[in-house]
Write a protein that binds this ligand. Structure first.
Ligand code: S3P
Length: 177
C-alpha cells in the first residue's frame, strides 16, 4: 500500500507545515499531528514559556522525545517544528519512519506570513527578517538532506498546496512507500 508510513513535513517557520499539513491529512484520510502542539499539551504551557523556563536545549529535548513518540504511532501527517532537523538522530528517525517533505517558502512570503506573530521564541526581540535568513542559511542543507521531495508553498493557498502535494505524493513512484 502506498504511503503506509508517515508523511513528515519539515521546513522553516511560515512554510505552512501546520496549516497545509492539516488539509493534506484530510485529503489522505489519515490523522494530522503537530509536534509543537503535542509538546505544549504535554508540558501544559506554551513554547515561549518553555524557552523561558528550560532554554532552547530543554525545548529540543522535549521535541526529540515527542517526535520519537509520534513516529512510533500509527501513520499520520506529522508537522515538525522548524528546528527539528537540527539533531541528526531526529533526521534519521524521520527518514526511517516516513516520507519526508521539505516545505520551502520564499523569504518575503515567509516574513509576511509571520508578521505580527508572537508565538515563536526565536523571533522575539529580533529583526525577524535577519533572524530568519540566518536560520535558513544553516538549516536549508539539513532540510534538503532529510527530504524525499521539496515542495514550495510560496505562491499557493493552503488548499491549493494541499491538493498539489497530495497529487504529487500519490503519483511519485520513487518515494518510499
Ligand atoms: C522553531 C520553530 C517553531 C517551534 C519553535 C522553534 C525553530 O515551529 O518549534 O518555536 O527552531 O525554527 P514552526 O516551524 O512550526 O514555527
Amino acid at each position: 500500500m502506498r504511503h503506509a508510513r508517515h508523511i513528515v513535513l519539515v521546513g522553516p517557520m511560515g512554510a505552512g507545515k501546520s496549516h497545509l499539513g492539516r488539509l493534506l491529512a484530510l485529503r489522505m484520510e489519515r490523522p494530522f499531528v503537530d509536534v509543537d502542539a503535542a509538546i505544549e499539551a504535554a508540558a501544559g504551557c506554551t513554547i515561549n514559556a518553555l524557552f523561558d523556563s528550560e532554554g532552547e536545549a530543554g525545548f529540543r529535548r522535549r521535541e526529540a522525545r515527542v517526535l520519537g513518540d509520534l513516529l512510533a504511532a500509527a501513520p499520520a501527517v506529522i508537522a515538525t517544528g522548524g528546528g527539528a532537523v537540527l539533531a541528526e538522530a531526529n533526521r534519521a528517525a524521520m527518514r526511517a519512519a516516513g516520507t519526508v517533505v521539505y516545505l520551502a517558502v520564499q523569504p518575503a512570503v515567509q516574513l509576511a506570513r509571520l508578521s505580527g506573530d508572537d508565538t515563536r521564541p526565536l523571533l522575539r526581540d529580533a529583526d525577524a527578517g535577519a533572524r530568519l535568513a540566518v536560520l535558513q542559511a544553516s538549516r536549508e542543507p539539513l532540510y534538503r538532506e532529510v527530504a524525499d521531495l521539496v515542495f514550495d508553498t510560496s505562491s499557493l493557498s493552503p488548499e491549493a498546496a494541499a491538493d498539489a502535494l497530495a497529487a504529487r505524493l500519490a503519483t511519485r513512484e520513487d518515494l518510499p512507500a
